[in-house]
Write a protein that binds this ligand. Structure first.
Ligand code: TMP
Ligand code: ASP
Length: 243
């Protein structure tokens, strides 16, 4: 790849939504966003041309905003329409979910009312294991089974709540309610904890604040139609904002 600041080496990992490639720098990976949609632990699948591009663009906008606000990130820079460079991390096997409004699995699991505005952000941990269907766990599970240390959990909670505040501030003026989202974290080679993975309409629920329209992957999960139109709308509002 002449003229680029990196050379793509072997594929290290292929997930449901992204591929990771090694580069010549052992500390840096190339993240390539795919056009595939999956939901319900991979049971429902589809390919939609242009999805990878939109999630890469949206995730990059969000990571650039978080970087400007001093959140420690694995994201280095967007390379092109489909790819980002990121610091190589060892992922903590926890999915960290924040909920500001009740919907989705919490309504099914606990029978609480849909669309309830919570008095403060609710934080949940899920154990990252596809074979087990990412079960919900407590911090004690994570500590006792060695998935994370006490200090990691403290940092994870602190960064996650800060990201919630920052994302709410980013999206509110764009007419978008941040309902809930999922974060992942990893350690770099020096042991520093970094926010990892992606932040996109795949990993967040976004509701239009005036119409209540779903502008996220729920359009795919629930067959609401015009899935990519919703992703395009998120990108349009994010990229048109005053920075
Ligand atoms: P949930 O209501 O299905 O538990 O989802 C909560 C939030 O987490 C929602 O914004 C979607 C996101 N999420 C992921 O990013 N990956 C997942 O595998 C799941 C289940 C949820
Ligand atoms: N990400 C999960 C899957 O691909 C579940 C979801 O987002 O609904 O199966």
């Amino acid at each position: 790849m002449s003229g680029e600041k990196f050379t793509r080496r072997e594929m290290m990992y292929e997930g449901k939504a992204k591929r990771l490639y090694a580069t010549d720098d052992p500390e840096v990976v190339l993240v390539e966003y795919k056009d595939s949609f999956t939901a319900f632990n991979g049971e429902k699948r589809a390919e939609m041309s242009g999805k990878g591009r939109l999630n890469n663009l949206i995730s990059s906008e969000i990571f650039e905003y978080l970087a400007r606000n001093s959140v420690p990130l694995h994201f280095i820079e967007r390379v092109d329409e489909l790819r980002q460079l990121a610091v190589r991390v060892k992922i903590v096997p926890l999915e960290v979910v924040v909920r500001n409004i009740t919907t989705g699995s919490i309504v099914k699991r606990l029978g609480v009312e849909e669309g309830m505005k919570l008095d403060r952000p609710l934080l949940e941990f899920y154990y990252k294991d596809d074979a087990l269907g990412d079960p919900i766990v407590t911090e004690d599970h994570a500590l006792l089974f060695g998935w994370a240390h006490e200090e990691d959990l403290l940092r994870i909670k602190e960064i996650t709540l800060r990201v919630n505040d920052l994302l709410k501030k980013l999206f509110a003026p764009l007419g978008i309610v941040l309902v809930d989202f999922k974060l992942e974290f990893g350690h770099d080679s020096k042991g520093s904890l970094l926010l990892a993975d992606e932040i996109s309409p795949d990993t967040c629920r976004f509701w239009d604040s005036s119409t209540g329209d779903r502008l996220d992957k729920d359009r795919f999960r629930k067959d609401l139609g015009d899935v990519l139109g919703a992703y395009e709308e998120i990108y349009k509002r994010l990229s048109a904002r005053d920075k």
